[in-house]
Design a protein around this ligand. Structure first.
Ligand code: NAD
Length: 437
């Protein structure tokens, strides 16, 4: 089939590449001329495991191309996917101006029947607004259908998630649109759930809120472990072995961040308020998330006493491993806070360094060329992102290179007993702190 994707970022680009990889002919549109130029020159502007290979394979096969023109996309596709940003406004509400602009732009150039699919994460009832907007600006009176098809990919394994999704949710009201959407997704051989548009939109916010709730739940339990001497990893194993609960998303840490969870939870809270059914449970999820980060900072302060002029190494800047994305990263917030308190922060991240350079709040941090270079002479190490590179480090060498072997592990990468045996002061989440033996 001929498909276009409007917005070629973390979602649009991976979706476009994977659609091409199963045999569709795809044109990816973006209004950032630099991004389009980069893509046309054969370079990939984001890091996502396996993505570069899929893009090159499909560009070479003539199934994938890039353009700055929405008209090009609309003219040359039966189904148009919208994957533009839906950022959070200061009020917590979603900024839908990107979606509205694209809807207008599509309407202006629409001449024949098209299915217009919203893949961006949007509040329930946005589909109705998109349809109204297209109708209003539809200069040629062309027929169209609006569909909601929320995306559930995880950055860091987006290609695998796109190729092998748990489910495809299709929110639509016309059989013609449903048939075309089924044809788009047939090659993926994944379970499909067809719903009305409102339900599809709601599924995405409800799913992300539930995942965030699961994270905050285990983080709240980790506080109780800290206070009682229980071990959060064992407790999470014990809970997670119950198939009704499952072990995933029960990893205690310094809280969720990233470009989706914080804004999607804030949006769901706003949506529920606007609908007159406040979802206050989610406010507690937010509170626990913020408190978890504060608790971690308090441990750092309590241990080091004063941060000013101390050399603190930070491993990890991205909001999770295997991505270069540092948007709303807890790691970045931690670095910013330690800099504010006068620490000399030396940070390292395997893929997030380029993006980190442009963040004003952490401009004073020194960026080290490697994990070991960052800890040279450090008075403490903060582990903020669970990259496997960090988990596999030579711990004896780490201790040798540090000025004082104090580790604050926000991701529970190491075994406290091993750390104590090796001579570290080791603080992690929901597990007893370890002192050198
Ligand atoms: P992104 O910022 O990485 O990409 C968005 C792209 O849209 C950018 O390249 C931008 O230049 C382009 N764009 C903006 N306005 C445009 C316009 N008028 N015409 C053409 N292109 C335009 O964002 P993202 O992370 O891909 O997220 C996109 C949407 O998908 C959001 O709603 C997000 O919540 C949702 N989502 C994201 C993820 C994720 O993990 N990143 C997962 C699921 C859903």
């Amino acid at each position: 089939m001929e498909l276009s994707i409007i917005g070629s970022g973390y979602v649009g680009l991976v979706t476009g590449a994977c659609f091409a990889d199963v045999g569709h002919s795809v044109v990816c549109v973006d209004n950032d001329p630099k991004k389009v130029e980069t893509l046309q020159a054969g370079k990939v502007p984001i890091y996502e495991p396996g993505l570069e290979e899929v893009i090159h394979r499909n560009v070479s096969a003539g199934r994938l191309r890039f353009t700055g023109s929405i008209k090009d996309g609309v003219d040359n596709s039966q189904v148009i996917f919208i994957a533009v940003p839906t950022p959070q406004q200061p009020s917590g509400e979603v900024d839908l101006s990107f979606i509205e602009k694209v809807a207008r732009e599509i309407a202006n150039v629409l001449t024949d029947y098209r299915v217009i699919v919203d893949k961006s994460t949007v509040p329930v009832k946005t589909g109705e607004k998109v349809a109204e907007s297209i109708k209003r600006y539809n200069r040629h009176g062309a027929e169209f259908d609006v569909v909601s098809n929320p995306e559930f990919l995880r950055e860091g394994c987006a290609v695998a998630d796109l190729m092998h999704p748990d489910r495809i949710v299709i929110g639509a009201q016309s059989d013609k649109a449903i048939d075309l959407m089924k044809k788009v997704y047939e090659p993926f051989m994944a379970p499909m759930l067809v719903t009305d548009i409102n339900s599809a939109e709601l599924i995405k916010h409800a799913a992300n809120s539930f995942l965030a709730l699961k994270i905050s739940y285990i983080n709240a339990v980790s506080s109780i472990c800290d206070a009682s001497g229980a071990d959060i990893e064992k407790v999470a194993d014990g809970i997670g072995m119950d198939r009704r609960i499952g072990r995933s998303f029960l990893h205690a840490g310094i809280g969720y961040g990233g470009s989706c969870f914080p804004k999607d939870i804030a949006a769901f809270i706003k949506i529920s308020e606007q609908l007159g059914v406040p979802f206050d449970l989610l406010k507690e999820v937010q509170r626990i998330n913020a408190a978890q980060r504060e608790r971690f900072l308090k441990t750092i302060r309590d241990t080091l006493w004063v941060l000013r002029e101390k050399k603190i190494a930070v491993w990890g800047l991205t909001f999770k491993p295997d991505t270069d994305d540092i948007r709303s990263s807890v790691a970045v917030d931690l670095v910013a806070e330690m800099l504010r308190e006068g620490a000399h922060v030396v940070a390292y991240d395997p893929k997030g360094m380029d993006n980190a350079r442009s963040v004003a709040a952490i401009a004073k941090a020194e960026l080290a060329p490697s994990a070991l270079a960052a800890i040279e002479g450090a008075e403490a190490l903060v582990i903020a992102t669970e990259w496997s590179e960090f988990a596999n480090v030579d711990l004896a060498l780490l201790k040798e290179k540090m000025a004082t072997p104090i580790v604050f592990d926000g991701r529970n990468l190491f075994d406290p007993k091993t750390m104590a045996r090796l001579g570290f002061h080791y603080h992690s989440i929901g597990r007893a702190s370890a002192k050198p033996r």
